[in-house]
Structure formats: structure tokens, C-alpha cells
Design a binder for this molecule. Structure first.
Ligand code: UDP
Length: 323
């Protein structure tokens, strides 16, 4: 069985929906930000906390876990700046407890959700895995600290791991049964779609004076189902013993500006957005675009879904949100 920690969250729930076709799954989630309804009914669900040794012991004693996939984290850059304790506690300390219990129960395979925020403000146009990691906020630091812990555990205790550094996860399952639902919502695509549905008065573009062609920030948006596929390939490589300590970027290699995303939302939905230009949001790099050449070469993964498909799936979800 595979233990999916944070399997009720946005990305975790999409992974579960794909992986359940191949593997038995236990989801551990404290539902602090996740949704019970998002967990595929074929998976075992345990409400519990990855920072709680008793919860973990119960899971590792009850189920024959052969690998752990860890999606449970706080992931808002701004919040991490004002409340770093929360980020180091939940993202680093709790992960350390999870790893400790994995070592105790001799579970040696681990897939970790990391982030483009580990790169900080990159000095290159397109980021590869050798680009220097220089986080500029506690969120990015917390993820990079875990990456370091994994490297050290690998050497000392024989932990096998794959780190996946996501760029901008977006979209929803094509069935529209699950999708993105954060409270409060801070991400660009859901905010635009909510505005188009009349759930918000306007979309604020955070800064139009960046050093980019149209002055707005450029990001690399990747469909959440493509992310799920990458996790499954990484898991298979770990279980076959083909990989033991790897880091991969997950992006589609294409950058889109905030203005281009809004225009694409208008095109896909046929609805015009009410947009205002606002101040910059602190901590936003002008451009974050990945190359995923490494995971393509080594595991054969690439993003299959483009920005229009991402937005089309998100739109189906937002028109009929289940949670
Ligand atoms: N953004 C924006 N208005 C919003 C939300 C986001 O202009 O209401 C911008 C944000 O400043 C960034 C890009 O959209 O440049 C993507 O932001 P998001 O929060 O979706 O993802 P992040 O890149 O921060 O992980």
C-alpha cells in the first residue's frame, strides 16, 4: 500500500484519483485545509496528523506501507513571511516526525512535494535543477530544509527519495469531480474564474511594472493531472530501485504573464473579466519558468496539457464546485 499524506488536499487528491487505478492507498490528512469529499472513495482515509507519532504508528502498524508520498504542507508565501513558526513547525518539524517513523517502521521510499520557491529570484531565464537554490521566504526555506534532510537521511539511513519541485499547479480533474478549493483563495486562475462567475467584483493584477514584455509576472502553469502522472512515474522508479535520490522540476517550459492568463480565461470562457492594476505583491519574482528536461530524459514525463486545457478544466470545476 502507498501512504499519501495530505491526500485530501488539492494536489494530493488528484494524485490519489490516478494512483488508485494501480495501487491500494491509505490517505492520512488532518483536514486543516483539505476536503474529505476530495478523497477517492476507493482509498482508506485516516484523519490524523503527520506530526503526531501515535497517528503515524497506527497507520504503519495497520497497513503494509511500501512508500510514502507527502503532500501535506502550508504553501502560502505571504503567510510564511508573517508566521514563519507555522511553516517551520508544519513543513519541517512535522515532516521530520514522519521521516523518523518511516525509519522506525523500515519504510524506505519517499516522494516529496517541493516547490519553485526553493529557487528564490533566479538569475536565469529557464530554471533547471542545477540552478542555485536561494529561497527568499520561509515557505521556500522550509521546503529546501526538508530536501537537505532527505539527502542526509539517504546517505545515513538508506532512504530512497524523489523530490518534485512544482511550478504553478492549476486546473482540475477532467471529470470536474475534484478541483482546486482554497479558503481564502489566493491563486490567479481560480481568482479570475471566480470573478468571471460573479463571485468577486474584480481581479487585481499585482504589479504591471515588472521587467517582462507586458510588465506583469510570468509563471509556468502546469495541470494538476500532469503533476499526478509525474508522481506515479517517480513512484514506479523508486519501487523498481531505479532511482534513490533525485530532484526534478515539474513545469511545462512555457511562461505566461498574468495578463496572458486573464486573456486566456476570457477566451476559454467567453466572459470578459473586470481587471484593475494593483500594487506588487511582496515576494513575487518577475519570472519563474522551468525546464523539465531532466524528468523527460530520465522518466519520460512531460506536461501534456496546455494553458487552455488547464483553464477549461478549472472552469468546468468552478461552475459546479462540490466543496
Ligand atoms: N496574481 C495576481 N492577482 C491575483 C493573484 C495572483 O496578479 O489575484 C499574480 C501573482 O502576483 C503572481 C501570479 O499571479 O505573479 C501567480 O500567482 P499565484 O498566487 O497563482 O501563484 P504563485 O506564483 O505565487 O505560486
Amino acid at each position: 500500500m502507498i501512504l499519501v499524506v495530505g491526500g485530501a488536499g488539492y494536489i494530493g487528491s488528484h494524485l490519489v484519483k490516478e494512483l488508485i487505478k494501480k495501487e491500494d492507498i491509505v490517505v492520512l490528512d488532518n483536514l486543516s485545509t483539505g476536503h474529505r469529499e476530495a478523497v477517492d472513495s476507493r482509498a482508506v482515509f485516516v484523519k490524523g496528523d503527520l506530526g503526531n507519532e501515535e497517528d503515524l504508528q497506527m497507520v504503519f502498524r495497520s497497513y503494509p506501507i511500501k512508500a510514502v508520498m507527502h503532500f501535506a504542507a502550508n504553501s502560502l508565501v505571504g503567510e510564511s513571511v508573517v508566521d514563519p513558526l507555522k511553516y517551520y513547525q508544519n513543513n519541517v518539524a512535522a515532516t521530520l516526525t514522519l521521516l523518523k517513523m518511516m525509519m522506525k517502521f523500515k519504510v524506505k521510499n519517499f516522494i516529496f512535494s517541493s516547490t519553485a520557491a526553493t529557487y528564490g529570484i533566479p538569475s536565469v531565464e529557464v530554471i533547471d535543477e542545477s540552478t542555485a537554490t536561494q529561497p527568499i521566504n520561509p515557505y521556500g526555506h522550509s521546503k529546501l530544509m526538508v530536501e537537505q534532510i532527505l539527502a542526509d537521511f539517504s546517505k545515513a539511513y538508506g532512504l530512497n527519495y524523489v523530490v518534485l519541485r512544482y511550478f504553478n499547479a492549476a486546473g482540475a480533474h477532467s471529470s470536474a469531480v475534484i478541483g482546486e478549493s482554497h479558503d481564502p483563495e489566493t491563486h490567479l486562475i481560480p481568482i479570475v474564474l471566480q470573478q468571471l462567475l460573479g463571485e468577486r467584483e474584480k481581479v487585481s493584477v499585482f504589479g504591471s511594472d515588472y521587467d517582462t514584455p507586458d510588465g506583469t509576472c510570468i509563471r509556468d502553469y502546469i495541470h494538476v493531472t500532469d503533476l499526478a502522472t509525474a508522481h506515479i512515474l517517480a513512484l514506479e522508479a523508486l519501487l523498481l530501485g531505479k532511482k534513490s535520490a533525485e530532484i526534478y522540476n515539474l513545469g511545462n517550459g512555457l511562461g505566461f504573464s498574468v495578463k496572458e492568463v486573464i486573456e486566456t480565461c476570457e477566451k476559454v470562457t467567453g466572459v470578459k473579466a473586470n481587471v484593475e492594476i494593483a500594487d506588487r505583491r511582496p515576494g513575487d519574482p518577475a519570472r519563474l519558468v522551468a525546464t523539465s528536461e531532466k524528468i523527460y530524459t530520465q522518466l519520460g514525463w512531460k506536461a501534456d496539457r496546455n494553458l487552455e486545457q488547464i483553464i477549461a478544466d478549472a472552469w468546468k470545476w468552478h461552475q459546479n464546485k462540490k466543496y
